[in-house]
Design a binder for this molecule. Structure first.
Ligand SMILES: [Mg+2]
Length: 432
């Protein structure tokens, strides 16, 4: 849900909520001031304006490709005010505002800023999780679970980001009973807000927003809800569990609890994923191109999996299209770490993909990770052989640089999927 269903360009949640959580804490009654959500405002654009003061106050767009068919992945506040949004093509942005300045994205720079922001958060609390390059969630401790302390913490983090990281960087902070409500609260005031949603205010809160304001509600879902007589967030909130089950199947149960402030989106251990995603260059915007880039991403992810000593127990793949709904699928698998198993699982799942004309974005990840060091080697000889081949390839990568050798199938995409993806969950190299 979240990013993957909302729209093709809202990547931030790819790794936050790609599949249903295994466990939900439904035994614990919802409580106020549990979670603080921090979302940097127009992050990449603000970083560019931070380092290039002449860009401040100007409508600017950040794009991985600056050509007309490139896609804006961040727009400055000034550009947003002109209707230029994330996900818009460069040529559309130019139509809206001819003089918009388009800047090629600089992932390495954004990562430096991400790390600095992370340091600030770390100086306040160890109980945080990185959700994406510009989003963090903090689980508040019992001392912080009251209005005064939670507000003070939120304000202190905002101030410190400004003073220690960059005076042009602002963020929206939301505080609420669960991640969902904390994020929704944060979105109420952008930029630079600090908003609190309490359980007693839920009816009022849901009355003040529209269905499409709800994180995770896209056109299709909105249509489905309205068709079933759920016309507003308040109706949604007031629908009982059996009704939501009928309307939304399994996710109806999650929605029922989520809307009431139960934590259903925090699955700390299963949240650990290894993955890569990529915005397709024009030459790869075809089924064959997308598959070729996917092979390269799988190759990278599998080698990282082994490098970090993990076995994957689940696989997730997503493809977004310019002119059709996104495809996303996950499956449980018997634990593996070799490239061959990863590839065959992904391609097996892709058989269900309806290929709309132009794929725009691909993403793969491995989840349900376990340590390979505590797991016995596979009893299946072919998997063990595949693991050994993969390990040998990793060794060559280590000695000669990543990408020195590739399976032939990766060749077409060899030079795509560089470190160009400045969003999604930061990669492992930021771990300490
Ligand atoms: Mg943001």
């Amino acid at each position: 849900m979240f990013g993957l269903i909302t729209n093709s360009f809202d990547f931030n949640y790819t790794h936050f909520y790609p599949f249903n959580p295994i466990t939900m804490s439904l035994t614990a009654k919802p409580k106020d001031f549990q979670t603080l959500f921090l979302d940097m405002n127009s992050f990449f654009a603000s970083v560019e304006q931070q380092v290039q003061p002449t860009l401040r106050g100007l409508p600017i767009g950040i794009a991985p490709y600056v050509g007309g068919t490139g896609c804006i992945i961040a727009a400055s506040r000034e550009a947003k005010n002109l209707g230029i949004k994330c996900g818009c093509l460069v040529k559309e942005a130019r139509r809206l505002y001819h003089d918009i300045k388009i800047i090629e994205s600089r992932p390495a720079l954004y990562m430096i800023y991400h790390k600095e922001i992370r340091k600030v958060i770390e100086s306040f609390t160890p109980h945080y999780q990185v959700l994406s390059i510009d989003e963090f969630v903090i689980n508040l401790t019992s001392y912080e679970q009251n209005l005064a302390a939670a507000t003070k913490l939120g304000q202190a983090i905002k101030d410190k980001i400004r003073s220690d990281v960059g005076d042009f960087l602002t963020c929206s902070v939301g505080i609420g009973p669960n991640r969902f409500l904390a994020k929704m609260a944060g979105e109420r005031k952008k930029p630079d807000g600090l908003t609190i949603v309490e359980l007693k205010d839920l009816e009022e809160f849901y009355s003040s927003i529209k269905l499409r304001d709800i994180t995770g509600i896209n056109h299709a879902l909105e249509f489905r809800l309205i068709k079933s007589g759920i016309n507003s967030p308040l109706d949604f909130f007031q629908s009982d569990l059996p009704k939501l089950r009928v309307v939304l199947n399994h996710s109806g149960r999650l929605w029922h609890y989520r809307l009431r402030g139960y934590e259903v989106d925090d699955y700390a251990t299963s949240a650990k994923t290894v993955g890569h995603s990529h915005v397709l260059a024009p030459e790869h915007r075809s089924p064959a191109g997308a598959k070729s880039v996917l092979r390269k991403l799988i190759y990278k992810a599998a080698s990282r999996l082994r490098g970090d000593g993990f076995l994957a127990g689940g696989i997730f793949v997503a493809i977004s299209f310019y002119n059709g709904p996104s495809f996303k699928k996950s499956r449980r698998v018997s634990p593996f770490s070799d490239t061959h198993s990863f590839t065959s699982n992904v391609f097996e799942m892709l058989k269900d993909c309806s290929w709309y004309c132009s794929p725009s974005y691909v993403s793969v990840s491995a989840f349900n990770l376990s340590s390979s060091r505590t797991t016995q080697i596979s009893i299946l000889p072919e998997i063990e052989k595949s693991r050994k081949i993969s390990e040998a390839m990793d060794k060559i990568d280590d000695d000669f640089g990543v990408g020195f050798i590739h399976p032939a199938s990766v060749f077409a995409a060899r030079d795509s999927a560089p470190d160009r993806i400045p969003f999604g969950k930061p990669r492992y190299n930021i771990r300490h």
